[in-house]
Design a protein around this ligand. Sequence first.
Ligand code: PMP
Length: 433
Amino acid sequence: MTGRGTTTSVESLLNRRYRLLGKGSPLFYDKPLHIVRGEGVWLYDAEGRRYLDAYNNVPHVGHSHPRVVEAISRQAATLNIHTRYLHENILEYGERLISTFDPPLSMAMFACTGSEANDVAMQMARLCTGNKGFIATDFAYHGNTTAVWTVSSFFTAREDRLPYVQTVPAPDSYRVRAAFSDRNLGDAYARTVQDAVDALHADGIGVAGIIFDTIYSSEGLPDVPQDYVRKAIDIVRSAGGLYVADEVQPGFGRMGDHMWGYQHYGVVPDIVTLGKPMGNGHPISAIIAREELVEAFTGKKMYFNTFGGNPVSCAAALAVLDIIEDDGLVAHAREVGDYVQRGLRELKHKHQLIGDVRGRGLFFGAELVRDRKTLEPATAEARQVVNAMRDRGVLISKIGMHDNILKMRPPMPFSTEHADLLLSTLDECLAGT
Ligand code: PMP
């Protein structure tokens, strides 16, 4: 049923969509889904069929969580207005949010999307350092504005990034290992950051910053070599640049060990960007930074975002923080995450196709290979598994340079029972490839 109470076939929706949005507008699955309702970790299609959502991180505390819905409705019924008026929600939320970060990260700015947050972070880094150059990994996604696009190496051709952006290999200890002869992979990867810094200097551009997704999600959730992040950031800071940590995917406790992905590496960033799960689907994002950076940036440039940080968005985001805390979702992510990791490792013993299992907390990657020695990517098989899972009612996706890594990143209330369904369905689908 559609919102207006009429049943519409997938085919007719597809045709309307192609006509209106174009065939390039991305859709999941060979047989696209028409989802009409969500509750907790479940999604329901127009025929009333239920799907276990093991993919979406935006509905962080669960689809249509009643406390978030209530907070949004209550505030929407009272007032929604932009941030050029005083309002307590932005302050209450901002203070609560900042208390989850390490000093000296003490100030917040608000936007609506992860792309905007990263765009502001890049502007801030450039303005505060006086330099223009950025370093990103070679298969990153940080968003879709003109500036952020240049560090989203996933999409941009090298010639469209130069001269202001240099890329470094994603620090992968599984697939890329063979490219380095060094025993200390962390050092080898850190040297690529030094090379990038040198290239920016050679071009007379200088280093404004390095941007890392702290779980390297588009890159395929690599196991990051010990000390790599610390060494990379030391190199960038010595060159006068800043560390921008993109928490759009790993943030808000998903990693299970900490609230923020950067905390795993023991280096406090200069700027942190947040998005996706922040408002459980309500568009809100943020830039968190040291005081002197925010003061310098806002002192020189007026930053205003009509919808960023409005009272309704902040009410939604505040409810999300309350639920994370009240339901102990960070520890839950660790416990259930460990359970899923164990299950995936068992499947690796059983199915040759799984070459590697990675991830932290409630974020998993299973890299499919045709041969465990050559590591030939099993790209077509990954697509087959993702579609077979969807046909059996479990939603996952795939990532990585070779599009061969199964990506699983469920809403946080995902339980061990849900995990059993995910694992048994995956077992069946792998057996069928
Ligand atoms: N950073 C990362 C790591 C992301 O995964 C994304 C979205 N996939 C973004 C930034 C951009 O966020 P948005 O789509 O909200 O602009």
